[in-house]
Design a protein around this ligand. Structure first.
Ligand code: SAH
Ligand code: SF4
Ligand code: F3S
Length: 440
């Protein structure tokens, strides 16, 4: 038996990192680790990092700086860096910050227990390989603990699209899809442990083409229809999609699969054809707008979400106006927007850059428009009846909070609701970030 030890994981970046952090905690269970919620208690600290923008990547170094005191007070404390910065910067992390004992890239998490043992014995260990073996297969030994009502499940990882601004194809590697059987087994296991809503994850989730039980490649739509058969599973979502991989069956599933929720995150990045071409996005403005029309024909009340980059190299004022016009046409219920950040090793990093103050002004204007749309679509829910999956008590006594089918946060005053209950709610008011309603 291994001595009991405490693990603290801090997660940055996207939902896939949240999923990966859960898997890393489980992988280290047999080594004696249980998770704790403060770094001060920990025998090992793992930073699960994000490399998508410069600010995100730099956070890890300031966090490591803050951990210096802890390490000095507790020399046995092991510090590890995982995730996309680990993959991208590898050895450089250990050079820049000698207190780091362990660096592990996203494709090597199944090797973490062996790496931890070596770090315990005083070695510095680094693994940023893209190994042949299936990391998920080795990570599946999960404890049977109860879980909250919602969970992420990675079905696809990596990206072959190589958008000119993006590090993901380098940090996560080539597109890989997990086989249907394993996903189904994991989904069933989650449901047995109390999960009622699963969000299928992938950097390009709708490019999913995992092996089905019949030996053929299955599409994401087929996988969703299969998972929808699981008793006790009430809701399915998926993220993130690329416009070019929205096939007819997936669009149809939004209309005819009752468990697939009416919310779709479909990043477009820009509304200017000139910029989309330079971004290597391989779709244009018009094809994106037509795609959204088809999706809304299948599911008229679907809430659209997107990602936008402002100030991509050579973006002119006219290009930015085209993006604003696209947003006005689509009407987003949610959107994430960023100033372009130069990423070393990506093609766009070498091109003429837009001035920082121009980026700042464009971002503020774009976010103003998005906020207005978001608010209008949220306000429009007042008077409607929606499904709400309750997750936890709200801030006020007697209040419960959950998410609507359209992913709005909803508060309800009621004493007879438990986390995991899915109830019909009539929306009565719209606040700044959430809705409130009454049970039907
Ligand atoms: N796989 C997803 C998400 C990738 S990262 C997709 O293809 O949509 C999430 C978002 O970060 C992207 O959609 C993009 O809007 C933003 N992003 C990626 N690289 C960036 C960069 N270099 N600068 C600013 N934003 C970036
Ligand atoms: Fe990055 Fe583009 Fe791949 Fe998305 S599709 S992960 S933005 S390269
Ligand atoms: Fe960041 Fe890696 Fe996710 S770069 S957004 S943590 S895939």
């Amino acid at each position: 038996m291994t001595a009991p030890k405490k693990l603290f994981i801090k997660t940055y970046g996207c939902q896939m990192n949240v999923y990966d952090s859960e898997r890393m905690a489980e992988a280290l269970g047999p080594s004696g680790y249980t998770e704790v919620s403060s770094p001060e208690e920990a025998d090992m600290i793992l930073l699960n990092t994000c490399h998508i923008r410069e600010k995100a990547a730099e956070k890890v170094y300031s966090e490591l700086g803050r951990l210096k005191g802890l390490k000095a007070a507790k020399p046995d404390l092991k510090i590890g860096v995982a995730g996309c910065v680990a993959q991208a910067e590898g050895e450089e992390i250990m050079t820049r910050q000698p207190l780091v004992d362990l660096v592990v890239g996203p494709q090597s998490y199944h090797r973490l227990p062996a790496m931890e043992a070596r770090a315990r014995s005083g070695e510095k260990v680094l693994d940023t390989d893209f190994p042949e073996e299936d990391k998920f297969e080795a990570l599946k030994s999960r404890p049977k603990a109860r879980r909250g009502p919602t969970a992420f499940l990675t079905v696809q990882e990596g990206c072959d699209k190589f958008c000119a601004f993006c590090v993901v194809p380098y940090t996560r590697g080539a597109e890989v899809s997990r086989p249907v059987d394993r996903i189904r087994a994991e989904a069933r296991d989650l449901v047995e442990r109390g999960v009622r809503e699963i969000t299928l994850l992938g950097q390009n989730v709708n490019a999913y083409h995992g092996e089905g039980p019949d030996g053929r490649d299955w599409t994401l739509a087929r996988l969703i229809r299969e998972l929808a058969e699981i008793d006790g599973l009430a809701r399915l979502r998926f993220t993130t999609s690329h416009p070019n991989d929205m096939d007819d069956d997936l669009i149809a599933a939004h209309g005819d699969c009752a468990k697939l929720m009416p919310y779709l995150h479909l990043p477009v990045q820009s509304g200017s054809d000139r910029i989309l071409k330079r971004m290597n996005r391989s779709h244009d403005r018009d094809s994106y707008l037509r795609l959204i029309d088809r999706i809304r024909t299948a599911r008229p009340d679907i809430l659209m979400s997107g990602d936008f980059i402002v100030g991509f190299p050579e973006e002119t004022d006219q290009d930015f106006r085209d993006t604003m016009r696209l947003i006005e046409e689509v009407q987003y219920g949610q959107a994430f927007s960023f100033k372009y950040s130069t990423r070393p090793g990506t093609p766009a990093a070498e091109r003429p850059q837009v001035a920082e103050d121009v980026k700042t002004a464009r971002l503020a204007e774009l976010q103003g428009l998005i906020t207005t749309q978001q608010r209008a679509l949220q306000d429009a829910m007042v008077g409607q009846t929606v499904g709400v999956l309750f997750e936890k008590p709200g801030r006020q006594p007697g209040q419960m909070v959950g998410k609507s089918d359209h992913l709005h946060a909803v508060h309800v005053e009621a004493t007879d609701i438990a986390p995991g209950d899915l109830r019909q709610v009539r929306i009565i008011a719209s606040g700044s970030n959430s809705l409130s309603g009454t049970l039907i």
